[in-house]
Design a protein around this ligand. Structure first.
Ligand SMILES: Nc1ncnc2c1ncn2[C@@H]1O[C@H](COP(=O)(O)OP(=O)(O)OP(=O)(O)O)[C@@H](O)[C@H]1O
Ligand SMILES: [Mg+2]
Length: 584
């Protein structure tokens, strides 16, 4: 169960910074020092004015400027240390969270990626992690440093004059209240403004995109009215915002002036009795003004914390998801390559219909079996179950007579070479695309041999960079047929006992087609091959053909036999290749 309450999430996030506690301690010390410098600065005002300017005391004249520099020096060092250490902790937490997320993505079962969009997953690892770190570090700094600053300043103010401080404590919250209220209103209005801007854009876009229909069906008046409404709403909202904005500052200033006037009245009366000097008054005023900034930051911290907690919840939701089940123990260096499906049922989700229904077949080591059938019948799904990209809903898939879930996942997948329906190339060189993953250290000679057998060497050789030519994002720098041959070379280099080949349906020109065909023949030699066939030549060469229809295997046999039977296969064959069924 995933806990989404803020408390536990915040504690868990803090846990990530816990290992940096020595740094945190120093950072908090820094915060204390820089918090202490604020009342210290206000306190300096008193001797500065009373001693230097009023009484012209030579000793004060000398030490006050030195002390002033000292305060700012201490403040500068403390702030630098705090910021540096907090950033260091924050970046370390970000790095660790990102690393954990990335590993988690790699470990998640494939069906997880069917549901989530890559945009969402990328945004979690970039944006959400950043939000979390900001909440964790920025909010700690503000909470600690600004709270201490406020306490220090208030203490100094109380020391100077408890009466004026009490007065401030009444007026202060009032002003803060107004500012908070107005800010909320700003936010609401600007939200509406965004909405109305969206309407303006949408209406314009619709009119532009649909200009032909607008013109022919005489929709101009309708569109104009629509636009006018959005346009007017936008104008009114901006005015509202301007009114709110222009009214706040004078109102706040009026309150401040009132407070100031009250204090001046009070202070001048007291001064009569010699209690409040110029220095005291200015020192008090300075402390008061210095209170504003930390108070403002503290009142604004909550949204940051909330965003951080929401982002943290979204990250932990991912980190807490179960990864691929890998409890099997069977392990061999090289399987014999026998593949069997026993009454396999499969659906992609519990609320979806079965995609495979009672599929059973057996492929002997070294045999080549072709799966054929209409689009959407379940051929690729059958292929996905062998390396356990998905787990069966019922029944069993066995490799060498051992159910796939009893295999150690790594060892099972080592037995499978796979060329998918959509070729996957990484934005890297041809060499690294062929020698990918566990094959990353393959020798140059083996890579070239694989490329040759895949009929890829003939074009690689002609490239200026040879094997080290980059293929571009998703292999855009190569043609469709070249990409396929690279994928085939990758599978050949793997030299696994089980080969799964999901032929691309996309048409290739006849030359590429022939090269790919020859490559595939090389690939299928001496191993158990399950080929999802779209090309007639592949089908005709198969030892056996299984016809998949609506998730069931409806016919099986050799090309000739099946044609003679004049059933589903003969039908399909006629549809696909447009020629009358001929047995032979
Ligand atoms: N990841 C998935 N999540 C949910 N449903 C899926 C998923 N992949 C495939 N399906 C559904 O399963 C059924 C079988 O799909 P499959 O890809 O196995 O067909 P296919 O026989 O390989 O078709 P084609 O010849 O077009 O490649 C289809 O109805 C498809 O909509
Ligand atoms: Mg398919």
């Amino acid at each position: 169960m995933n806990d989404t309450r803020p408390g536990p999430i915040y504690r868990r996030l803090l846990g990530y910074s816990a290992e940096y506690w020595p740094l945190l301690v120093v950072a908090v010390l820094g915060m204390m020092v820089s918090a202490a410098t604020e009342p210290a600065f206000a306190a300096l005002m008193k001797p500065l004015l009373d001693g230097s300017f009023v009484q012209r005391d030579p000793a004060t004249l000398r030490w006050v400027p030195v002390a002033l520099v000292g305060v700012f020096l201490a403040r500068g060092i403390a702030t630098f240390v705090t910021n540096y250490l907090m950033t260091r902790i924050g970046r370390a937490v970000i790095k660790r969270l990102r690393g954990e997320m990335f590993s988690q993505y790699l470990a998640m079962p494939v069906h997880f990626f069917d549901r989530a969009t890559s945009g969402e997953l990328i945004s979690k690892i970039t944006y959400d992690v950043e939000q979390v770190a900001e909440a964790a570090t920025k909010s700690i700094t503000i909470l600690v440093r600004d709270t201490l600053t406020i306490v220090g300043l208030l203490a100094w103010m109380f020391y100077l004059s408890w009466q004026m401080t009490l007065g401030f404590l009444v007026i202060g919250p009032l002003v803060t209240g107004i500012v908070v209220w107005v800010t909320r209103r700003f936010r609401r209005i600007s939200h509406h403004i965004q909405g109305s801007m969206g309407e303006v854009t949408k209406t314009t876009q619709e009119a532009i995109d649909g200009i032909r229909v607008v013109k022919i069906f005489g929709g101009q008046e309708h569109e104009r009215r629509h636009f006018e409404a959005a346009n007017e709403r936008n104008r009114r909202l901006h005015l509202k915002m301007a009114v709110a904005r222009s009214a706040t500052t004078p109102i706040v200033q009026l309150f401040v002036a009132l407070a100031l006037a009250g204090m001046i009245l009070f202070a001048t009366r007291q001064q009569f009795h010699g209690i409040i000097t110029v220095g005291t008054f200015m020192s008090f005023l300075t402390a008061m003004l210095m209170l504003l900034a930390p108070i403002k930051r503290l009142t604004e911290i909550n949204p940051t914390i909330q965003r951080g907690i929401a982002a943290g919840a979204s990250i932990f939701e991912i980190l807490d998801m179960p990864t691929e089940v890998d409890t099997g123990t069977h392990e061999v260096a090289r399987a014999r390559g026998e593949l069997e499906f026993r009454h396999v049922y499969f659906r992609y989700a519990v609320d979806e219909p079965y995609v495979l229904k009672d599929v059973s077949f057996r492929i002997a080591p070294g045999e080549t079996v072709a799966l054929v059938g209409r689009s959407g019948g379940g051929k690729s799904t059958i292929a996905n179950l062998v390396p356990r990209l998905y787990d069966v809903s019922a029944g069993q898939v066995l490799v060498d007579g051992i159910p796939v879930h009893e295999w150690k996942l790594r060892s099972l997948r080592d037995q499978v070479a796979y060329v998918g329906q959509q070729v996957t190339l990484f934005n890297d060189t041809i060499r690294n695309n062929i020698a990918y993953g566990r094959l990353a250290n393959a020798s140059e000679a083996r890579i070239i041999a694989a490329a040759k057998a895949a009929h890829a060497w003939e074009f690689i050789e002609k490239l200026p960079g040879g094997l080290d030519t980059p293929v571009g994002e998703k292999g855009v720098m190569l043609s469709g047929g070249q990409r396929q041959r690279i994928a085939i070379a990758r599978a050949l280099l793997r030299d696994a006992p089980l080969l799964i080949l999901d032929e691309a349906t996309a048409a290739l020109d006849s030359e590429s087609e022939r090269a790919v065909q020859l490559a595939l023949e090389n690939l299928a030699r001496d191993r158990t091959t399950l080929v999802i066939a779209h090309r007639l030549s592949t089908i005709e060469k198969a030892d056996r053909i299984l016809v998949v229809q609506d998730g069931r295997i409806v016919e099986s046999g050799r090309h000739g036999e099946l044609l003679a039977r004049r059933g589903s296969y003969a039908n399909l064959y006629q549809l696909q290749y447009g020629c009358a069924a001929r047995s032979g």
